[in-house]
Design a protein around this ligand. Structure first.
Ligand code: PMM
Length: 318
């Protein structure tokens, strides 16, 4: 990985500490999203009541989710921050109930205090979209707890992130910035085997920047840490599937495209995919496992021998 960082005791394909018992060790894990928010772009408020969120989590487990990711703050582009008390009020009871039901629960938060309380309530993984940049106490909490920690590539909160979609080589830049996070985590006492890396699709990546990160996900996987990919229902898929008049495909119409991405990144060695539609994703990653098991590799240049490369969904402009 950039700047000579290689994991000393990596989670590798088996995954990070504390979660290696999940799955069969051969397929990518499926992390089901439980947003306890009134305003997420993808499922806008459907599971805002705690009882509805818990019931939704249980149904995702029935559909085959390996991990449930519970979040109380929307990261939709432009969203305002939620006060910490409100975030706690939303997530803690839901985490408690789902952990009690036997689920491996992850908390989606950028706040150290929320992470701490979520771990006390039974969460086994901290999913921090800011990679520790939003709260300087986060690494201390994670180091002390010794749990798995998703470090996502991030360049600022939802109100500013679209303005930060400026890259040279987006894959090299993201890998370098994640390597800096790894270095900072090590300095704070977080062990390599706790770390999961995430390229942060949609975060400071409004449109075209997402595709190289997917196409070259193998480079991030090759850095030696387990990789989580969160493409589900994101805006760049709305662009890809836009109507002829340019209207974005609505979030609920982006699941099949999400399944395709899940299959591709699973075949490329991702440790887990974070999705809203668990049922179809479980099928997609099973396809990837079978295909990979039969010797399939993602390396074909489908444009070889053609005069012109096909245009991928007309997304280059955003
Ligand atoms: N995306 C969202 C929220 N949390 N966590 C990780 N690790 N990776 C992501 O890509 C990610 C995330 C935004 O999607 P949502 O509003 O549908 O939950």
């Amino acid at each position: 990985m950039p700047s000579g960082l290689r994991p000393v005791a990596p989670g590798g394909p088996l995954g990070p500490v504390g979660l290696r018992h999940l799955g069969d060790g051969r397929r990518a894990l499926v992390m089901g999203v439980v947003n306890v928010t009134p305003d997420s772009f993808s499922d806008g408020g459907r599971w805002f009541e705690p009882s509805a969120a818990v019931a939704h989590g249980r149904s995702l487990l029935d559909e085959g989710a390996d991990i449930l990711d519970v979040g109380g703050e929307s990261t939709r582009p432009g969203a305002a921050r939620v006060p910490v008390d409100e975030e706690l009020r939303r997530v803690v009871p839901v985490i408690e109930a789902l952990a009690r039901a036997g689920a491996a629960v992850s908390v989606d938060t950028t706040r150290a205090l929320v992470a701490r309380r979520a771990l006390d309530a039974g969460a086994v993984l901290v999913n921090d979209v800011s990679g520790g940049l939003a709260d300087e106490e986060m690494y201390a909490v994670v180091a002390e707890a010794g749990v798995a920690y998703v470090t996502m590539h991030w360049r600022g909160h939802a109100d500013v992130m679209d303005a930060n979609d400026v890259y040279g080589d987006v894959v090299a830049d993201v890998r370098r910035e994640l390597a800096a996070r790894v270095e900072a985590m090590r300095a704070a006492g977080v062990r390599d085997e706790q770390v999961v890396l995430d390229p942060g699709l949609g975060f400071a990546k409004a449109g075209a920047s997402n595709w190289p990160l997917l196409a070259r996900i193998g480079e991030l996987v090759g850095d030696g840490f387990p990789v989580l990919v969160g493409a589900s229902r994101k805006r760049f898929l709305g662009h890809l599937l836009a109507a002829p008049d340019g209207a974005l495909a609505p979030p609920l119409d982006r699941d099949e495209a999400t399944h395709a991405i899940s299959a591709l990144v699973a075949a490329a060695g991702a440790w887990a995919v974070r999705v809203h539609d668990v049922r179809g994703t479980v099928h997609a990653v099973r396809v990837a496992t079978a295909w990979h098991g039969a010797g399939g590799r993602i390396c074909t240049d489908r444009t070889a021998g053609r005069d012109e490369a096909p245009v991928a969904g007309g997304t280059a402009s955003e």
